[in-house]
Design a binder for this molecule. Sequence first.
Ligand code: SF4
Ligand code: SF4
Length: 205
Amino acid sequence: MKNLHNVCIWKDTEECNDCFIKGKLICHFHRKYLFSFIGLFIIFVITAFIGVIMAGFGWFLLGWVGFWFIFFEFWEIRILCSHCPYYAEEGKTLHCIANYGSLKLWKYHPEPMKTSEKIQLMIGFIILVGYPLIFLILGGQFIFLIISIIEIFIFFSFLIIKRCGNCLNFSCPFNHVKKEVVDSFLKKNPVIRKAWEETGYKIKE
Ligand code: SF4
Ligand code: SF4
């Protein structure tokens, strides 16, 4: 029952030994991926918290924290994570390299993200990082504003350069895994392959 969708990342790792993809994708959880993701985000959060409090808008941070809860537990996890092979594991919580521990309230969606979901994701990210910046501007905390913007830039640059070229969620708008690797992964995973082909995706044989 642990692997209802028969996704290879949740099978015995012995199967990986002769896999063309081995080393090309982040197929399995490791703490180092999670800690680097959380660490870079927390640095931005700490800067933004200090700046917004100094700006005199500290109470508004509750709205930001509330948005994290909505975004990571209900919204982002539906539009992005429910399409990810990490989400295919049976169980109530997510064990992945970024949103580790989030509740899985939605069913797994092996098909690629829709355009409307990609647009929602971009809107969600803009709110996520933009919320405290508004209060830094209103409070005249321009040093904290500049540092926060640099930290956001570093966070997303790190993700795009170091993670999105190896990430299993191929339909994410930031993902840039090569097509030959995507196709190899789909060939190994018939449930995901079928869902992708039903949306018109063509695998190069
Ligand atoms: S694609 Fe699947 S079989 Fe290949 S290395 Fe990753 S988890 Fe293992
Ligand atoms: S898309 Fe990213 S955050 Fe979501 S389950 Fe996959 S690896 Fe985790």
